[in-house]
Design a protein around this ligand. Structure first.
Ligand code: FES
Ligand SMILES: [Fe+2]
Length: 401
């Protein structure tokens, strides 16, 4: 990261500390819990997710030509491949003949894909290679391959747009200039896959993002895990168009800003950054490595989500295995066991009809803004695209009581 950008983040955190608590100036916001259960809203959100770039996997999960992974995004069965020239592709994992699953393995290496039903075969980019007994099939040559999906590598991540009919859109444009530049400066593109795990959770996907939108819960829910490392309720938030980003200093940074001259500050070493990308991807910068959360809603059930957690670490420090393993164990012991568990508990109470309304304090307002941003994106996706503004950043810093 450019030194000046790092120091500016330090300045913002120091200003927050000096300014002191900002009490709420308005009453709390009420949120209707149906946003976590309504099937019509869920279908619209799913369509929005399907039409957006989704973090499918780390680039380094397909290290060699011929490598592939199969997965489901927004309910769509997908093969992601790297071809012989190193370019990544994504296509529907549904045969152009009669719709069978073409590749049934979860991952592996292939020269071609061959459907188990009648052996039609496909190239690594989904192009139709051969039709078995072609003269029996048709007098006209069939050329239809697997349906191609938007697929792009950027910032060390393979992003796939699950809707084959979606307007093609670059990841840089979707992220916006500020987030794209920030991810570049944080060196995400030089990070490689360390570990992945998946959780099949009984809760709406937005209850999972909510945990990244406020730190009110940090000193209570995480009392016995990470709370001792962070000051309570201190976060510098940005809105980047529809996306959100927050910087959480650790206690060591608060001390450093107070005791060392500005030129000596090591801001990034003691900082967590959480970027909630609408809809459904969370990138968490953890003082040198990255945790990527890809939230994959169930195609029909608003109260089910698969959360895929991937840890990416700097390629040049990949050999520090013990350090990364400790970090991996810490994240698995905190976010799934505490944040995700709380989300599942809230969902169960909503489903039981025990929650009439959700009350959001000033320090949780971004949860309501996230719900609104998803709604706004849904409205915009059904309207003609507005001209993109190159910089859409607004600040929403808070140090709340
Ligand atoms: S369904 Fe795939 S070859 Fe027939
Ligand atoms: Fe949390």
């Amino acid at each position: 990261m450019q030194r000046e950008t790092e120091l500016e983040i330090g300045d913002r955190v120091r200003d927050l500390i000096e300014r002191g608590p900002t009490p709420a100036t308005t009453g709390f916001t009420e949120l209707d819990p149906s946003v976590y259960t309504d099937p019509t809203r869920h279908a619209q959100e799913l369509a929005l997710i399907a039409a957006s770039p989704v973090a499918a996997l780390a680039s380094s999960e397909l290290p060699a030509p011929g490598d592939f992974v199969t997965l489901r995004l927004a309910g769509v069965p997908i093969i992601v491949t790297r071809d012989r020239s190193g370019v990544v592709h994504a296509m529907r994992n549904a045969c152009a003949h009669r719709g069978a699953t073409v590749e049934t393995r979860a991952s592996g290496s292939a020269r071609i894909f061959s459907c188990g039903f009648h052996a039609w075969s496909y190239e690594l980019d989904g192009t139709l290679r051969s039709v078995s007994d072609a003269t029996l099939f048709s007098t006209e040559p069939c050329t239809q391959g697997l349906r191609r999906l938007g697929c792009e590598e950027r910032h060390g991540i393979i992003w796939v747009t699950p809707d084959a009919d979606a307007e093609p859109r670059s990841v840089a444009e979707w992220l916006g200039a500020d987030v794209d530049e920030l991810f570049g400066q944080l060196g995400l593109g030089e990070m490689v896959h360390f570990a992945t795990t998946e959780y099949d959770l009984v809760c709406n996907w937005k209850l999972l993002t909510d945990g990244f939108m406020e730190i009110y819960h940090l000193k209570y829910l995480h009392r016995d895990s990470i709370a001792p490392y962070f000051p309570a309720n201190l976060i510098a938030m940005d809105r980047f168009g529809s996306h959100f980003g927050g910087w959480l200093p650790k206690n060591r940074l608060v001390k450093e800003l107070a005791e060392r001259p500005r030129d000596d500050w090591e801001v990034l070493r003691h900082l967590t950054g959480a970027f909630v990308l609408v809809p459904g991807t969370v990138v968490q910068w953890q003082a040198g490595h990255v945790e990527l959360f890809s939230l994959r809603p169930h195609p029909n059930d608003p109260t089910r989500t698969v959360a895929r957690l991937t840890m990416m670490v700097p390629a040049e420090r990949f050999d520090a295995t013990e350090l990364w393993q400790r970090n991996w164990e810490r994240v698995c012991a905190t976010i799934p066991a505490e944040d995700f568990a709380a989300a599942v508990e809230v969902q169960a109470n909503i489903d039981a009809g025990a929650v009439d309304t959700i009350r959001l304090g000033a320090n949780e307002c971004l949860i309501g803004e996230h719900v609104a941003a998803v709604g706004e994106r849904m409205r915009r996706s059904s309207a003609p695209p507005a001209p993109a503004s190159p910089r859409e950043r607004t600040r929403a810093d808070s140090l709340v009581p």
